[in-house]
Design a binder for this molecule. Sequence first.
Ligand SMILES: Nc1nc2c(ncn2[C@@H]2O[C@H](COP(=O)(O)OP(=O)(O)OP(=O)(O)O)[C@@H](O)[C@H]2O)c(=O)[nH]1
Ligand SMILES: [Mg+2]
Length: 324
Amino acid sequence: MELDALVTGVQSGNRRALARAITLVESGRDDHRAQATELLSQLGTEKHALRIGLSGTPGVGKSTFIESFGLALTARDLRVAVLAVDPSSARSGGSILGDKTRMERLSRDPMAFIRPSPSQAEMGGVARRTREAVALCEAAGFDIVLIETVGVGQSETIVSQMSDVFALLLAPAGGDELQGVKRGIMEMADLIFVNKADGDLKSQAMRTCADYAGALRLLRKRPQDPRDFPKAMTLSAIEGDGLDAAWAAITELAAWRQDNGAWDDARRDQALFWFQEDVRSGLMQRILADPTLAARMQALSAEVAAGTTAPSVAAATILNADPT
Ligand SMILES: Nc1nc2c(ncn2[C@@H]2O[C@H](COP(=O)(O)OP(=O)(O)OP(=O)(O)O)[C@@H](O)[C@H]2O)c(=O)[nH]1
Ligand SMILES: [Mg+2]
């Protein structure tokens, strides 16, 4: 497809064009990269969606939540795009199939667009690719972009750095133990949703929610947010309970931040962060693409690891070297 047609297709909200555009930004080929950059530049940055980051360990119910929450949003006449950040190359075809069945109704909804994550991907690439996919969804006029990640390693940080609101999905805890959620991840969360608050699990979910509410109160307050944020709530993705309250909390927080300028500040900081990040990783790629420099990187890495050369001295050696 010609680039012009792709630009028009994305801008008119055509889902096929959007899917093709995302395939283009995901491609590792140099000529595709150049086209992707041209595409993004032609699409501009004017249109904004509400970007919601959602993290949760395997099995907490992310897919089930996205299906029911997504349908609740499209029922409100909102167009919803779902993207996944999955750094684990180990994700089996099985769970992607599982997603198709768990998000079956949403994937057939003309108001929704679901993009499963490609299986092979390293972290730096994941971040750039997802960010560009978000930008494409915004250019296609989606109102909401949901960015899902399974909580491993750096992926929450990456997702929270490209979200306006970041939610953590949890399951009812077994004992009175909090589920080993790392402090850093708690600190990123604007909202904690304790899922599966139904049937036998309901009272357990409410206890877990109270525990997390207590833990959140101990974290540093964000002076720019409403006083009761970050907050913990229960919901049932299967039964649909709590979804309206979850949406109300998200929109309350979003509106509050838009009014007091925190929204624009965060978007600006995120844009600067990713700009610098892209330059940084681009420079590293250039170094590694140069055989002499790549060999020197490797030799210096060994010296740094052995403790015979200081990291800053090794870095200066690379940065001061002439490209071949
Ligand atoms: N009781 C109850 N079970 C739920 C609820 N939501 C999800 N589940 C169940 O929890 C299991 C995992 O749900 P998924 O939606 O696949 O969870 P996930 O977080 O997407 O899992 P991964 O994709 O493997 O990371 C399934 O058996 C769901 O039926 C809920 O609200 N209540
Ligand atoms: Mg899932």
